[in-house]
Design a protein around this ligand. Structure first.
Ligand code: SF4
Length: 184
């Protein structure tokens, strides 16, 4: 199967954002979130049947067109919804972003420990593409305005070096030898 032909379910795309990571960023909001955090800022993304379908190749094409028009975009963020619920579908796009040299941030309601414990090859490979992972559910009792790029104090910004360290253990099949930390 041509991976770039995978169909993704999206809630929307923000072509210019300054609140979803450093610098000016292209943000892909995926549709569907199993976490259902109380006080979620984006509840319309919860229903996996909401949003719209987009072909993976079309997503890449739209991104290319956007950065051609706006050279100030320096990074891409995958947010949601829950990006790791569509890890297989997002992987070609994430790899493409990395190949072009853009900084990639990924938001997730799972902790990095929860993701790694599943030994899912696509989730591990997607994790390996990230320059930063913002992990953990939104906890309204720990809501904070004092920390950049997180909504509640339990959430962590885990940088590439730590991701690399955490993913340096045994690779799940079929990514033996290629999942640590960035398979490309
Ligand atoms: S993980 Fe994010 S999108 Fe999902 S319910 Fe929690 S705050 Fe909302």
């Amino acid at each position: 199967m041509n991976e770039a032909r995978e169909t993704l379910r999206l809630a929307g795309i923000a072509e210019e954002s300054i609140v979803d990571g450093p610098g000016l960023r292209y943000v892909v909001f995926v549709q569907g979130c199993p976490h259902r955090c109380a006080g979620c800022h984006n509840p319309r993304t919860h229903d996996p049947l909401g949003g719209y379908d987009i072909d993976g190749a079309e997503l890449i094409s739209r991104f290319q067109s956007c950065v051609r028009d706006n050279p100030l975009i320096s990074g891409v963020t995958l947010s949601g919804g829950e990006p790791f619920a569509q890890a297989r579908q997002l992987l070609p796009f994430a790899r493409f972003i990395r190949e072009l040299g853009f900084d990639l941030w990924i938001y997730t309601g799972w902790t990095i420990e929860e993701i790694l414990s599943r030994l899912d090859p696509y989730e591990t490979a997607l994790l390996g593409c990230a320059d930063a992972l913002v992990d953990g559910r939104f906890e309204s009792g720990k809501r904070t305005l004092d920390m950049s790029f997180v909504g509640s104090a339990n959430q962590r910004i885990i940088r590439r070096e730590e991701i690399k360290y955490r993913t340096s253990g045994p690779c799940p099949e079929p990514w033996q030898g290629t999942c640590s930390p960035h398979p490309l």
